[in-house]
Design a protein around this ligand. Structure first.
Ligand SMILES: [Zn+2]
Length: 176
């Protein structure tokens, strides 16, 4: 099946996704379908809620082939790193955001096996960004209030300038 990527303003992006109790054929199929949607959008990660599915799962590929992480959880985080982050669900915008530099994340793969990854810099950032999507958090929530208000104003202006908003894609999005 093909997915449409939901953008800021869609209430589905603001909900907390449900834990996946059983990794069955439907979950596997969904993960498989998310991968081409991620590539088509030129993203390096895509979380299920971004296509309207309220499940704790995301796919990613930072150049080493597609991977799936189910029910991810961050156990530890260290340091600080500023990085300019974009989002497929907030196309056309990016912001410098401070987050922990290194994290220890666990989750499951499609076989149900536990995955444990020590991630740094870009991969760490990607995981934190995707995990935010599973909790209904978007980039803008990391901004200070005035910056956030200005961003929302800019967003509304951009969207009203484009009649078919579904066509808007930012090839420069650094993260989904
Ligand atoms: Zn995103």
């Amino acid at each position: 099946m093909t997915f449409e990527i939901r953008v800021l303003g869609d209430p589905v992006l603001r909900q907390t996704a449900a834990t996946i109790e059983e990794i069955d054929g439907r979950i596997a199929q969904m993960a498989t379908d998310l991968v081409p949607a991620m590539y088509q959008a030129e993203g390096i990660g895509l979380a299920a809620p971004q296509v309207g599915i309220q499940k704790r799962l995301f796919v990613y590929d930072i150049g080493q082939g597609p991977e799936v992480l189910i029910n991810p959880e961050i156990l530890e985080s260290h340091g600080e790193w500023v990085f300019e982050e974009g989002c497929l669900s907030v196309p056309g915008m990016s912001f410098e955001i401070v987050r922990p530099k290194e994290i220890h994340i666990i989750g499951r793969n499609l076989d149900g096996n536990e995955i444990s990854i020590e991630a740094d810099e870009l991969l760490s950032r990607l995981f934190q960004h995707e995990l935010d999507h599973l909790d209904g958090v978007l980039l803008l929530d990391h901004l200070e209030k005035p910056e956030r208000k200005a961003a929302l104003r800019r967003w509304r202006e951009m969207r009203s300038a484009i009649p078919d908003s579904g066509e808007l894609r930012d090839p420069k999005s650094l993260l989904p």
